[in-house]
Design a protein around this ligand. Structure first.
Ligand SMILES: [Mn+2]
Length: 430
């Protein structure tokens, strides 16, 4: 039987916090009103904000050195969905789940769709996986998948992506996300141009199988598993591939997949300008692709990205409708808590960016007043929008304090009984 967070418990916890929240909300409302901002309009936008949860994020992550499994980890896609429902019940902004195939492959996708419907969840982008071999796989991906020098390996990778589209159709998804680990570990190992040509030829075959109302999102990654060169290494290679493939192909920005200190918000602006921004994988990083919790380290960078996104939203930029998703690895926290926290962190950046005085910013930009332009952004970033986030959750039936409510529900210990540790590592290291 599916364990859910009792609605009565959420209400009971909310009752204790409501009057304080109302007071804080009123105070923030008064402050924003002085800048002609209606707090209720901002809260309504916060209520509409959605970010998808990756199915693999509900399990404990790890590194190439070790993984320390948590208790009561989900053992299959059905249990991952149960955990995802808990996250959404409390946070009220994670109604979609992004699956990863073949990790989440089932025999009966209609049954899986029925189960997600019962939980009130919808399906986000389908992620294909050609960065590892499956048991008994006839042609290896050791030396690449879509760009492999072996035609048989390429065909296998193409077919897997076409299968993902078919499974996604049953689930009601509208996007395929393609990330390949293809690349090289030694200078001279791979002919850069020929590898990219093979990749594009393979991607054209997948693109041809894309339904008319679907998008294909291409994810770039600077390094790992290939440590010298990667076929889709950066946003330049990414947008070139997306432009070569056609309108339905767009670029996906994973925050951890860039060199340190790269100006990601400017990349986002470029992709928006050329109608090529497909979506995001949110996470944070210090050294590389660390997959730290979103906004845990660089909340200002996350805000600056949303500053570009909100700017595009307000300008009604043509072709602008990016998917938001979390993609991070939870090694030392309860994944449910990290995902709740991270979804709220990204939502916080969005709401903060809504507060930017855009007419003043334009004025300062046009008069080259660098200091005041910067201060205009900082004024919005420094505004504590916590009452807006809590009110948005409360109004949608979620928890004012989702982490505290989750802890008081005892969900993890309840599922630990139901899900004995298999002792295996399973997926989760991504
Ligand atoms: Mn990613």
């Amino acid at each position: 039987m599916t364990i859910r967070i009792d609605k009565a418990l959420i209400a009971e916890q909310n009752d204790k916090l409501l009057s304080d929240l109302q007071e804080d909300y009123q105070a923030l409302g008064n402050k924003l009103a002085r800048s002609d901002i209606n707090i209720d309009e901002i809260t309504a936008k916060a209520e509409q904000f959605e970010i998808a949860v990756p199915s693999w994020g509900t399990g404990t992550g790890g590194t190439r050195f070790a993984r320390f499994p948590g208790v009561g980890e989900p053992r299959n896609i059905f249990e991952k969905l149960e955990d995802s429902a808990v996250i959404n019940d409390l946070s009220q902004c994670t109604g979609r789940v992004s699956p990863h195939f073949p990790w989440d492959k089932v025999d009966d996708f209609t049954e899986l769709k029925q189960f997600s419907d019962e939980l009130g969840l919808r399906w986000d982008s389908i992620n294909s996986n050609t960065f590892q071999d499956q048991p008994g796989q006839e042609h290896s991906f050791k030396y690449g998948s879509l760009s492999n020098t072996s035609a048989a390996s390429r065909e296998l990778a193409i077919q897997h992506n076409l299968d993902c589209i078919e499974w996604g159709k049953t689930l009601g998804s509208k996007t395929l996300t393609v990330w390949v680990g293809d690349g090289s570990n030694h200078p001279g190992q791979q002919h850069f141009q020929h590898a990219f040509e093979r990749y594009l030829d393979s991607m054209k075959k997948i693109y041809a199988g894309l339904p008319a109302d679907w998008e294909m999102h291409i994810e770039h990654k600077m390094f790992e598993p290939a440590f010298y060169s990667t076929v889709i290494q950066d946003w330049g290679s990414n947008i070139l591939a997306a432009m070569e493939l056609g309108e339905q192909a767009k670029s996906l920005v994973d925050l951890g997949h860039h060199a340190p200190n790269v100006n990601i918000e400017m990349i986002v602006s470029r992709l928006i300008q050329f109608k090529k921004l497909g979506g995001f994988h949110f996470n944070d990083s210090k050294y590389g692709d660390d997959d730290l919790d979103s906004g845990s380290l660089h909340p200002y960078q996350q805000f600056l990205i949303f500053n570009e996104l909100v700017d595009a939203e307000y300008r009604n930029q043509e072709g602008f409708n990016p998917n938001y998703m979390l993609d991070q690895s939870h090694n030392v926290t309860d994944p449910i808590e990290s995902l709740i926290n991270s979804a709220a962190s990204v939502q916080r950046s969005y709401v903060g960016a809504l507060l930017v005085d855009r007419s003043k910013l334009t004025e300062y930009q046009n008069s080259n007043d660098a200091l005041m332009a910067s201060n205009t952004l900082k004024a919005a970033f420094n505004t504590d929008v916590s009452p807006i986030l809590a009110m948005a959750r409360y109004k949608k039936g979620g928890a004012i304090d989702p982490i505290a409510t989750y802890r008081s529900a005892g969900y993890r210990s309840a599922v630990a009984v139901k899900r004995p540790n298999s002792g295996g590592n399973g997926s989760g290291i991504v």
